[in-house]
Design a protein around this ligand. Structure first.
Ligand SMILES: [Zn+2]
Length: 488
């Protein structure tokens, strides 16, 4: 069937206007009934976040997502466009997507009077109906709502308060769609009032002139929870008009987090060789974010974005590519040391508290990587004896190599350390696996022993054993006699 091209054809097709909130509700109901995935690509929010969004849309609410940075808030909001119809008709040429059966703007009214049923139509796709803006303190009423254009007035011979002289802002341009405003608390109070007036009455004042704009918009917002609840940041009547407040969160399990990182990170590359990213490397990277979020030296109020493990993994793969290219190797396999090479992708994403600032972002990031390596190492090697490896160092063995050392060299060196390569079985590796993998596994064991302070590592010496201090370890605490209880 042909799409109606004029108002007359549209009327004949028995088309009925539907408000955007009802349209989203109807499409959501359809998806819920058919059991379709509501928001493809959104991982780890099935607990409360998505059900809360579903309820907000069923309630026809404007809503706000409250969460720290890097919690996929913007992504969630963008995915709302999937609840819009594939196409909706509007009056061709209208700046604010007017409904052919109920136009708002003066220009469309005049057009209808002149052309009647011959008024031409055009169609909007869902992505054209999603408008997004980051609030900053310098955003103006003109940006969001609009401005009176004196030149337009002079040219058309209109008075300044005529609706024909409005230069529309982003919100009217989102008419019949979704308007997403990120970081709402950063919006000046005056503009919050303007937003509120539009939501409440459909009336707004532009430069003192009253303008009527009964817009049909689903308004969605994001904010950092502390900013949002801080007194005076959001005007009360606006807060009152936001139907639902929905809290987001960081991934709750390592598995969810790894799935998000795997989905978002750019690792599907060609050019440098055959790539294999060991699971334990992915796990340490992810654990770095979990550790950082709990670290006292990292600012809790700004959080640690999920973008951190994503960019870290990308950098880790690049570091492995760099090494493979330099050594003319076919296999690209990241090693734990590549995570340290990825520091530039980590440090900028840590907002540090005073104590952390004092130590420096590099030092804090290194320590967090070490904590993460310890955690993942324990997961695989908690009850696995590694005495023979530790002993090799205690007998005076040292191992120093550059992060860019070729696989072949390291493989030869690792083989000399009794038990080291054998123990990579615990990581799921087999003796006949590619040496690049076994080397990565061997290095993970060394890094784990270092993280648990069973061996040492520094710039000058590489891996080595501290003389005789290595006996007291986290894994094997020295037994305390009954009379030697610590005093506290
Ligand atoms: Zn119009």
């Amino acid at each position: 069937m042909q799409k109606p091209k004029t108002l007359g054809e549209l009327k004949k097709s028995h088309y009925q206007s539907v408000g955007v909130k009802d349209e989203m509700r109807a499409n959501l109901i359809r998806k819920l009934t058919s059991g379709a995935t509501l928001f493809p690509g959104i991982i780890g929010f099935d607990d409360a976040v998505i059900p809360n969004i579903v309820n907000a849309i069923l309630s026809r609410h404007n809503f706000i997502l409250l969460g720290l940075r890097g919690q996929a808030k913007s992504r969630l909001l963008r995915s709302l466009a999937s609840l819009l119809d594939d196409e909706v008709p509007f009056i061709a040429g209208c700046e604010i997507n007017d409904d052919p059966l109920g136009p708002l703007c003066r220009a469309c009214h005049e057009k209808l009077e002149e052309l009647g049923d011959d008024t031409p139509l055009d169609y909007l796709r869902p992505e054209q109906r999603y408008v997004e803006k980051l609030a900053t303190p310098d955003v103006t009423i003109a940006d969001i709502i609009g401005d009176l254009d004196p030149i337009k007035a002079a040219r058309g011979g209109h008075t300044l308060s005529s609706e024909l002289t409005i230069h529309y802002g982003l919100l009217p341009r989102a008419n019949r769609g979704i308007f997403a405003l990120n970081e709402l608390p950063d919006l000046a109070g005056k503009i919050q009032v303007g937003l509120f007036n539009i939501m409440q009455e459909g009336d707004v004042q532009i430069k003192g002139y009253p303008v009527r704009l009964a817009l049909d918009v689903e308004l969605v917002f994001t904010a950092n929870p502390e900013d949002y609840t801080a007194r005076g940041k959001i005007i009360t009547p606006l807060k009152d008009r936001i139907g639902s407040e929905i809290r987001t969160h960081y991934p709750e399990t390592l598995e969810h987090a790894m799935a998000i990182t795997a989905q978002e990170a750019w690792t599907d590359r060609v050019g440098a060789g055959r790539q294999f990213i060991p699971k334990f490397v992915r796990e340490v990277i992810e654990c770095v974010a979990f550790e950082a979020r709990q670290d006292k030296r990292v600012d809790k109020r700004s959080g640690v974005s999920q973008r951190m493990p994503i960019t870290c993994l990308e950098n880790v793969v690049s570091s492995a590519e760099h090494r493979a290219l330099k050594n003319h190797e076919e296999m690209v396999v990241p090693r734990p040391s590549d995570i340290y090479s990825a520091l530039p992708s980590l440090t900028g994403k840590l907002e540090l508290e005073y104590e952390g600032e004092m130590r420096g972002a590099d030092t804090v990031a290194r320590e967090i990587i070490r904590q993460a390596a310890a955690k993942i190492f324990k997961k695989y090697f908690d009850s696995v004896p590694l005495h023979s490896v530790v002993q090799w160092f205690e007998m005076g063995g040292t191992l120093k190599y550059a992060p860019s050392a070729p696989t072949e060299d390291l493989y030869a060196q690792f083989r000399k350390i009794q038990g080291l390569l054998e123990k990579t079985q615990m990581l799921g590796l087999k003796a006949k696996d590619d040496p690049a993998l076994l080397v990565a596994g061997g290095e993970f064991i060394l890094e784990g022993l270092y993280a648990l302070k069973r061996i040492s590592r520094n710039e000058e010496m590489g891996y080595f054993a501290e003389p005789r201090r290595a006996e007291k370890t986290e894994e094997e605490p020295a037994p305390l006699g009954p009379r030697r209880r610590p005093l506290n």
